[in-house]
Design a protein around this ligand. Sequence first.
Ligand SMILES: CC(C)(COP(=O)(O)OP(=O)(O)OC[C@H]1O[C@@H](n2cnc3c(N)ncnc32)[C@H](O)[C@@H]1OP(=O)(O)O)[C@@H](O)C(=O)NCCC(=O)NCCS
Length: 156
Amino acid sequence: MKNKTVVETAVDIETRDMTADDLEDVLSIESVSFPIPWSEGMFLEEMKHSFCHDLVGLVGGQIVGYISFAIVYDEIYLRNLAVHKDWRRRSVASKLLSTMIDISSGMGARYGTLEVRKSNKAALGLYKNFGFVVKGIRPSYYSDTGEAALIMWADF
Ligand SMILES: CC(C)(COP(=O)(O)OP(=O)(O)OC[C@H]1O[C@@H](n2cnc3c(N)ncnc32)[C@H](O)[C@@H]1OP(=O)(O)O)[C@@H](O)C(=O)NCCC(=O)NCCS
């Protein structure tokens, strides 16, 4: 049998505000994406605040990823971002990040900041594509492994 090369292509991804009804799907992605996942209560608390924004990304009506960020004056703080394992490398996170930047720019934000595990090559590659550069390090930041967090910064 001949070897076949399968090329995964980008898909149509819609975004909308996250609601409490989305949390079952969101938490199922969260629980397998992070060693210290956010709880339902943390998402609900997040959604209460006017400066916090939580979006889901959907393909054909199915939640495939989400992003949480805060806008304070002219700065965006990226707080959470994950994509369903079956939907990774299909530009879902890129769509969520570009939507975050569009919304935030429309509200006057000019800068972005985030923390990322030093070993998280996927996220580092993604953020660099959006102009984030490493500006600092927080040693022993993550309580599970003691790993350092890199502080990234972008001017939009
Ligand atoms: C990081 C994460 C959000 C990326 O989501 P994604 O939808 O797969 O990302 P995209 O398809 O938009 O990828 C955009 C770019 O990111 C980089 N990237 C993504 N996954 C990568 C991987 N596994 N290895 C190396 N680079 C990767 C690449 O530069 C990629 O561009 P390319 O596909 O043109 O090479 C996803 O892997 C994830 O949910 N990880 C677990 C949770 C997490 O680490 N969140 C970030 C916390 S700071």
